[in-house]
Design a protein around this ligand. Structure first.
Ligand SMILES: O=C([O-])C(=O)C[C@H](O)[C@@H](O)C(=O)[O-]
Ligand SMILES: [Mg+2]
Length: 448
């Protein structure tokens, strides 16, 4: 019997089993407004096995607070048709909670606002966003399984690709050569702590991967030093799209000063100031577009930000927006308001990069290269790493995501997670900074 599609219901095969594998993947000592990356970052690999013997893979954040929801959803999912993605959303609401008191499972189900996530780097943390971040990994795994089952690539399930390649930008970080303390892997990038170091890093990104757009993670040094670094990049790469992102570390006044000094070389300025009202003040006098992955990260934040013209580009992230279909919904809302769309990235593995590439391939009018941390990740759970050519990834037409799990690599990264005493399982850039600077505390905002 053909179990791919049920002739009576028109639905895909039923989910039989869900496997969750939390992992710790090596992360370099990348600096940001809050501190430094820990030596290892937690990710969760989700496998959905269906009745026709297909396995789909997805990936999302792996911190402890995500795992509780993921376990509840994994227990509830068997029996649902893998094509029933609206059913997946509803199921997640019932087992994880909605932020409106509707939850019966591990979700806290009350009080939408849980504060900010990882020191605010991922924006506000609400009960809904937590659930959506978990759902995103399951949705990708279901789409991968369904695509494999039907012999179709994920982009086809989203309506089909409108481009053959997706452009990515080089994500430049101030960084140390090695992690302080006793833990962590080493790499051969060396440090980058001044304009010359930033330019050398960008040169390597350009030579090795062909990236043409460059984003510098700022908010690390006083603004004048970061302005000098961007100026140095503009001299080395004249005419290339450049971005600077201090993660809201500047006051409105400082943001305006930086904007006026860099408006001739930047493509956009990303989250110069914290929160929609401050962004709107900066935007009012800015000749540069402002981009965000901090003040617009949930649907309820859209109306104020768009109607006050606080942001001109939203950096979507399918993890916290709730998956690939919701990313396309966000894209439609952005189009309606004349707001641009591109993509944000945290530390992630190749499964998420494949998912980002599939959805990006289907979004019309994607004119800005997407962010990705992937080149910083020396480890992966795939049998074949993604290869950037001319700063872009080819859109795969293989069934599903077009990636294959490397079970030995997955097991090794899971072993590391099991062996960890808990310090690396929850991202804490402030604690990681304290290893080098015991007096380090959460920087006040705005810092400059
Ligand atoms: O604002 C951004 O682009 C990010 O939040 C990306 C990452 O979180 C980045 O800041 C990091 O990992 O340090
Ligand atoms: Mg950002």
């Amino acid at each position: 019997m053909d179990t791919r599609v049920d002739a009576r219901t028109g639905r895909g095969p039923l989910v039989e089993e869900v496997r969750l594998t939390p992992v710790l993947t090596a992360d370099p000592p990348l600096l940001n407004a809050h501190g430094v990356h820990q030596p290892y970052a937690a990710r969760l690999v989700i496998e959905v096995v269906t009745a026709d013997g297909t396995t789909g893979v997805g990936e999302t954040y792996g911190e402890t607070k995500y795992l509780g929801h993921a376990r509840a959803l994994a227990d509830a999912l068997p029996g649902l048709p893998v094509s029933d993605l609206n059913g997946l959303d509803a199921l997640a609401e019932s087992v994880c909670g909605t932020g409106k008191g509707g939850g019966t499972g591990t979700g806290d189900g009350d009080g939408a606002d849980l504060g900010v996530d990882v020191g605010g780097l991922r924006g506000v943390q609400t009960a809904d966003k937590l659930r959506l971040s978990v759902v995103s990994g399951f949705e990708v795994a279901c789409l991968d399984a369904l695509g494999k089952s039907l012999g179709l690539p994920v982009h086809a399930l989203l309506g089909g690709r409108v481009r053959d390649r997706v452009d990515y930008s080089a994500y430049l970080f101030y960084r140390w050569a090695a992690h302080p303390g006793t833990r962590g892997e080493t790499d051969d990038w060396g440090d980058a702590l001044d304009p010359a170091g930033v330019v050398a890093q960008a040169r390597r990104f350009a030579d090795d991967y062909g990236f043409r757009s460059f984003k510098l993670k700022g908010g690390v040094f006083p603004p004048d030093e970061e302005i000098a670094a961007v100026r140095a990049l503009a001299r080395e790469f004249p005419g290339h799209p450049l971005r600077l992102d201090p993660n809201g570390a500047w006051s409105v006044e400082t943001s305006r000063k930086v904007e006026s000094e860099l408006r001739d070389v930047l493509e956009y300025l990303e989250d110069p100031a914290l929160g929609t009202p401050a962004m709107a003040e900066v935007a009012a006098s800015s000749q540069l577009p402002l981009a965000t992955n901090m003040c617009v990260t949930t649907v309820p934040e859209i109306a104020e930000a768009f109607t006050s013209d606080a942001v001109q580009i939203v950096l979507s992230d399918h993890h916290y927006w709730g998956g690939l279909r919701r990313t396309r919904e966000l894209a439609a809302i952005c189009r309606a308001f004349g707001v641009g769309l591109s993509m944000h990235s945290n530390t992630h593995l190749g499964i998420s990069l494949a998912a980002m590439t599939h959805v990006a391939a289907t979004v019309p009018g994607l004119v800005h290269a997407c962010d990705t941390h992937y080149p910083w990740q020396t480890e992966d759970v795939l049998t074949r790493r993604h290869t950037f050519r001319d700063g872009a990834l080819e859109v795969s037409d293989a069934p599903g995501l077009g990636v294959e799990l490397d079970r030995a690599a997955l097991a090794a990264l899971h072993e590391r997670w099991l062996a960890d005493d808990g310090t690396m399982r929850d991202r804490d850039d402030v604690a990681a900074m304290r290893v080098a600077r015991p007096d380090w505390t959460v920087p006040r905002t705005p810092r400059w």
